[in-house]
Design a protein around this ligand. Sequence first.
Ligand code: NDP
Length: 285
Amino acid sequence: MSAKLIKGPEVATAIREQIAIDMASLKEKTDKVPGLAVILLGEDPASKAYVGNKEKTSKALGFHSVVHRIPVETTQEDLLKMIDDLNNDEDIHGILVQLPLPDHIHEKAVLDAIAVEKDVDGFHPINVGNLVIGDDCFIPCTPHGCMKMLEYIGYDLKGKNAVIVGRSNIVGKPVALLLLHQNATVTICHSHTADLAAVCREADVLIVAVGRAEMVIGDWIKPGAVVIDVGINRVGDKLVGDVHFESAKEKASYITPVPGGVGPMTITMLILNTLESFKRKHNLK
Ligand code: NDP
C-alpha cells in the first residue's frame, strides 16, 4: 500500500479561499477588516521566519497586520504594557506573542495578559478551560489544523482509536481533546509510555508531535491508519517529521508529508481565529 498524501498547502488554500469570500462580505457589512498584531522579541531565525509568514499571509488576505519587532532585552513590564495597549486597540482582533520567549520573561504572565477575546493562539487558561468543557473558544492553531486535515479527507472519527504521541500544551493535549469531542477513543503517549510501538499499532489515527526526527517507523503503524506528522526537525539541510515517511507511507492509508503537511495549516488557522474574533466583536457569527 502507498498512502495518499494529505497536502497542507492544498487544504490551507481551500480554507483561505473561504476566508477571502468571508472577508469581502464582512468588509461590505462593517467597512472594517480584522486586525492581527504579532509581537516578536529578538532575532531568532526560526521565529523571524514564522512571524514573516504570518505577516505575509494576513496581508495577502486583506487583514490589518501589525508586527512589533522588539529587542530581546525588552523588560517583562514593557512587554505587558504593549499587550495592554493592544488589548485596548479597537483595530486589533487577534494578538500573538511569538514563542519561545527569552528567559527573563515569564511566559505564563505574558499569555495570561492577552485579552481572552483576542487570544487567537488559544493559550489563555480561559480558552484552554473552554476547550476542555467543549465550549466556544479559540482552538490552538496546530491542533485545529490537524482536525481540518482529517475533515478535508472526510474522516469520521466516531469510535476510532486515536493515539497521540506527545502531550505538550500547544499540540498533544489540545488535539487529544478535539479528537475526544469528535467521539474518538483517545490515548495520549509521552516519554514514559511503556511499549510505545505497541500502543501506536492500535491507532486508526496516529498524531505524532514529539520533536524527534523520524522516531515513528512503519512497523509501528496499523495497516490503513491515518498518520498526521506534526514534527518539524532539521537534519543536515533537510526538514523531516517525527515519522519515518518512507516506511510509514507503505502502511498508512493517508499521511501528511514534512515539509508540506501540518506546517502550512498553522498560519491559516491563526488567520481563521482572527476572522472569528472579528465576527464575534461585530456580532456577525
Ligand atoms: P514538546 O517538546 O513541547 O513536547 C514533546 C512531547 O513529546 C512531550 O510530551 C514528550 O514527553 C514527548 N516525547 C519526547 N520524547 C519522547 C519519546 N521518546 N517517546 C514518547 N514521547 C516522547 O514539543 P511540541 O509539542 O511543542 O512540538 C512537537 C513537534 O512538533 C516539534 O518537532 C515541533 O517543532 C513541531 N511543531 C510543529 C508545528 C507546526 O506548525 N507544524 C507547531 C508546533 C510544534 P514528556 O511530556 O514526557 O516529556
